[in-house]
Write a protein that binds this ligand. Structure first.
Ligand SMILES: NC(=O)c1ccc[n+]([C@@H]2O[C@H](COP(=O)([O-])OP(=O)(O)OC[C@H]3O[C@@H](n4cnc5c(N)ncnc54)[C@H](O)[C@@H]3O)[C@@H](O)[C@H]2O)c1
Length: 247
C-alpha cells in the first residue's frame, strides 16, 4: 500500500464529516464503511490486512481512505491516524473470534483475543478522541456480541472479551459525556461475514435463531448508523440477534 496516511482527497462542495471504521477490510466493518460513504461521509478505513484493505479501497473510491495498521499497537495507531479533521464517528468493528474451551485454551490465544478485542478498541478510541473533541463531539460505537450475554459453546475467552467491551462502553460513556461524545455498543448475534463463514459453524447455528437466518452485514451497519445519530443514548449496548436473546 502506497499511503496509509489519512490525507484529504480532492473534494469540491461542503466539507464532509469523517468516520473512522476499524476492521474495514471485511464483514461488518466494510458494511459500516459503505453505509457512511453512501450517506456522503468520508471514511478512514483501518485494518491490518493490507491486501484486503487495498482491494476495498479500489472498490469504494477516493472518499474511503485506507489506514493500514494493527490496532493492538497504540504507537502505530497514533502515527497512522494523525489528527484527522472533521472526525464525527468512530466505529470499532475489528475483532477476532477463535474458539476456546477451558480444555484447550492457552495464554497466547487469551492474550491475542483480549489484545485485539479490548486493548485494540481502547487504543483506537484513545487516539481518536482528541479529533472528535476538535470537531465538537461525536459518537463511538463498539462491537460487542450476543456472546457477552448468552453462552455460546466454545467461545470461553471471546465471550469474556466482549463482556469487557460492554463494560468499557459504559465507563467511556461517562468519561466522554462532557465532551459531547456518546459511546454505545452493538451486540450482534450470527452475522453472515467472511470471518463467520471461515469458522464453519454458521449453517448449524441458523436453525437455533428464532428469525431463522443470520443477519446480513448491512443490517448491522444500519443500526450502527442509527447509534451514531441518536440524541439521548449513551453507555448502552444494543442487542441485534434475530431473537437469540429471547429464545
Ligand atoms: N460475525 C458475527 O457473527 C459476529 C457476531 C457478533 C459480533 N461480531 C463482532 O463484530 C466484529 C466484526 O466481525 P466480522 O465477522 O465482520 O469480522 P471479519 O473477520 O469478517 O473482519 C474483521 C476484520 O478485522 C480486521 N482485524 C482483525 N484484527 C485486527 C487488528 N489487530 N488490527 C486491525 N484490524 C484487525 C481483520 O483483518 C478483518 O478485516 C468483530 O468485533 C466481531 O467480534 C461478529
Amino acid at each position: 500500500m502506497a499511503a496509509s496516511s489519512p490525507t484529504e482527497p480532492p473534494h469540491s462542495g461542503p466539507p464532509r464529516s469523517t468516520a473512522l471504521v476499524t476492521g474495514a477490510a471485511s464483514g461488518m466493518g466494510r458494511a459500516v464503511a459503505e453505509r457512511f460513504l453512501a450517506e456522503g461521509w468520508s471514511v478512514l478505513g483501518v485494518d491490518r490486512d493490507t491486501t484486503a484493505l487495498d482491494k476495498v479501497a479500489d472498490e469504494l473510491g477516493a472518499a474511503f481512505r485506507p489506514v493500514a495498521v494493527d490496532i493492538t499497537d497504540r504507537a502505530a495507531v497514533a502515527t497512522a491516524l494523525g489528527s484527522p479533521e472533521g472526525l464525527r464517528a468512530v466505529v470499532n468493528a475489528a475483532g477476532i473470534y477463535p474458539p476456546t474451551l477451558l480444555a484447550d485454551f492457552d495464554e497466547p490465544t487469551y492474550r491475542r483475543i483480549f489484545d485485539v478485542n479490548v486493548l485494540g478498541t481502547l487504543n483506537v478510541t484513545a487516539e481518536a478522541v482528541p479529533a472528535l473533541r476538535g470537531a465538537g463531539g461525536g459518537s463511538v460505537v463498539n462491537f460487542a456480541s450476543i456472546d457477552a450475554f448468552a453462552v455460546s459453546p466454545g467461545q470461553l475467552i471471546y465471550s469474556a472479551s466482549k463482556a469487557a467491551v460492554v463494560c468499557l462502553t459504559r465507563s467511556l460513556a461517562q468519561e466522554l459525556a462532557a465532551d459531547g461524545i456518546t459511546v454505545n455498543a452493538i451486540a450482534p448475534g450470527w452475522v453472515d461475514t467472511p470471518g463467520t463463514r471461515a469458522g464453519g459453524r454458521m449453517e448449524q447455528a441458523v436453525s437455533t435463531i428464532p428469525l431463522g437466518r443470520a443477519a446480513q452485514p448491512e443490517e448491522i451497519a444500519d443500526w450502527v448508523w442509527k447509534l451514531c445519530h441518536g440524541t439521548y443514548m449513551t453507555g448502552e449496548t444494543l442487542v441485534v440477534s434475530g431473537g437469540i436473546a429471547v429464545r
